[in-house]
Design a protein around this ligand. Structure first.
Ligand code: HEC
Ligand code: HEC
Length: 356
C-alpha cells in the first residue's frame, strides 16, 4: 500500500510532461534527460490489458482457433512454413536469424521481430507499414519469400479441411471461411501472447529484492546515463516510434526503413524501437540481425551508433565504463525474462490429406 501514493504522484508528473519530450523526437535533449532521470524506474511499468479492436472482440474459442492457425504449416504454399517457423515461442517468439528463412529456404532481408507483446505496438513491422495485427497477418501468407501463398489459396485450403470449416462456423457464425476471419483469429491469439511477469515487473510492483544489486545498477544506467528509456519507454519498453541508429549501415545493403512507407526524408533508415522484454532469448539483434550479442549492442550505443546523415540526435557516444556496461547487460539479460512463458498445449490441428 505504501507505494501507491508516490506512484500516483509520479504518474501525474508523467502525464504533465509533453510526449514529445519523453519520446525525444526533437530538440531539447537536455530537458529530456532531466525528466527521464528524475522520474526514475517508475516511468516504465507492468503491462496493462492489451487494446482490442471493437470489430474483433476476444473469445476463448477464437483465440484457440487462432493458435491452431498460427502453428499450421498448411497456410503456406507447400505446407512447410507456419507463423511459428519464424516466430517460435522457444526463441523468444522470433527465430535464429540473423534474417528469416522462408519457403524454399529463401532468406528475407529483415530479422523476425517477436510476436510476444506485439499487441501493444500501434504499428506493425520494423517500418510500421501495417496498422493492426489483423492487417499484418495477411502479409506473410502472400509474401513470396515467407509463406509463398496467395490469400485465395489459403482460403481454399482451409475451406477444404472440414475441422476448420466447423470451427470457423462456430466462432464467426458463417460459411465459407474468409481471409478476414483467418486474420482476425490469428490476431486474437496474438493478443494473448503477452509476457506480463518478469522480475523487473515484480520490482516495479514494490518488491525491491526482485532484482540483484547488479541488475539495479543496470536499471539506473538504462534510465540515466545510457538514455535507453527515452526510446525503450512505457510498459512494453518501446515508444512504438521510429529512429535511425545507423544499425546495418555498415552492411552492403542499406534498408530505407520507415522512409519506404512515409517518403519523409526524416524517416530514412529509421526502424521501430523493439520491445526489450525477453530480449535475451532472441539474438542476434537489430532489424538486420547485425549485432550478435547484447554486449555488442551496448558497445554499438556506447560508440554513438553508426554515423549516417539521418542518425537520431539522441544517439551520441555514452562514455559508459566497463562496469556500467556489464550492469546494463545484466539488467537486459536476466531481469526482463518473463516468468509466465505463454503457450502450453496447442490443440491438435484438424486433420486433412495435406502434409504438415
Ligand atoms: C519466413 C519467416 C516469417 C514467417 C513465416 C512469418 N513471419 Fe512474421 N515477420 C517476419 C519478419 C522478417 C518480420 C519483419 C518484416 C518487416 O518488418 O518488414 C515479421 C513481422 C511480423 C510482425 C510484426 C511485429 C512487430 O513488432 O512489428 C508480426 C505481428 C508477425 N510477423 C506475425 C506473423 C504471423 C501471424 C505469421 C503467420 C501468418 C507470420 N508472422 C509469419 C518473418 C516471418
Ligand atoms: C533514439 C532511440 C533509442 C535509444 C536512445 C536507444 N534505443 Fe535501443 N533501439 C532503438 C531502435 C529504433 C532499435 C532498432 C534499430 C534497428 O534495428 O535499426 C533499437 C534496438 C535495440 C536492441 C535490439 C533489440 C532487438 O530485438 O533487436 C537492444 C538490445 C537495444 N536497442 C537496447 C538499448 C539500450 C541498452 C539502450 C541504451 C544504451 C538503447 N537501446 C537506446 C531505439 C533506441
Amino acid at each position: 500500500m505504501k507505494y501507491i501514493k508516490p506512484l500516483l504522484i509520479l504518474m501525474i508528473l508523467f502525464l504533465l510532461i509533453p510526449s514529445s519530450l519523453i519520446a525525444g523526437e526533437n530538440a531539447g535533449q537536455s530537458i529530456t534527460l532531466v525528466s527521464v532521470q528524475s522520474l526514475g524506474p517508475q516511468r516504465i511499468g507492468t503491462l496493462p490489458p492489451v487494446p482490442v479492436p471493437v470489430d474483433n472482440p476476444q473469445s476463448s474459442r477464437k483465440i484457440l482457433l487462432g493458435k491452431q492457425l498460427y502453428f499450421d504449416t498448411r497456410l503456406s504454399k507447400n505446407n512447410t512454413i507456419s507463423c511459428a517457423t519464424c516466430h517460435n515461442p522457444a526463441m523468444g517468439w522470433s527465430d535464429i536469424g540473423p534474417t528469416s528463412t522462408g519457403i524454399h529456404g529463401q532468406k528475407g532481408l529483415r530479422r523476425a521481430p517477436p510476436v510476444s507483446n506485439a499487441a501493444y505496438s500501434p504499428l506493425q513491422f520494423w517500418d510500421g507499414r501495417a496498422s493492426s495485427l489483423e492487417e499484418q497477418a495477411e502479409g506473410p501468407m502472400q509474401n513470396p519469400v515467407e509463406m509463398g501463398n496467395t490469400l485465395d489459396n489459403v482460403v481454399k485450403t482451409l475451406n477444404g479441411i472440414p475441422g476448420y470449416v466447423r470451427e470457423f462456423k462456430q466462432v464467426f457464425g458463417t460459411t465459407p471461411i474468409t481471409i478476414d476471419q483467418v486474420a482476425k483469429a490469428i490476431a486474437s491469439f496474438e493478443r494473448t501472447v503477452v509476457t506480463t511477469d518478469s522480475r523487473y515487473d515484480r520490482y516495479l510492483s514494490g518488491n525491491k529484492n526482485a532484482l540483484t544489486p547488479l541488475e539495479k545498477e543496470g536499471l539506473a544506467v538504462f534510465n540515466g546515463k545510457g538514455r535507453c528509456a527515452v526510446c525503450h519507454s512505457g510498459q512494453a519498453l518501446s515508444d512504438g516510434k521510429f529512429h535511425n541508429l545507423g544499425a546495418g549501415k555498415a552492411g552492403a545493403s542499406a534498408d530505407t526503413g520507415r522512409y519506404a512507407v512515409t517518403h519523409d526524408p526524416r524517416d530514412m533508415g529509421a526502424f521501430k524501437t523493439p520491445t526489450l522484454r525477453d530480449v535475451a532469448l532472441r539474438p542476434p539483434y537489430m532489424h538486420d540481425g547485425s549485432e550478435k550479442t547484447l554486449e555488442s549492442v551496448v558497445d554499438f550505443y556506447n560508440k554513438g551508433g553508426m554515423k549516417n546523415p539521418g542518425l537520431d540526435p539522441l544517439i551520441t557516444p555514452l562514455g559508459l565504463s566497463p562496469e556500467e556496461t556489464k550492469a546494463l547487460v545484466a539488467f537486459m539479460k536476466t531481469a526482463l525474462i518473463s516468468l509466465n512463458p505463454e503457450v502450453a498445449g496447442v490443440k491438435p490441428l484438424p486433420p486433412s490429406a495435406l502434409p504438415r
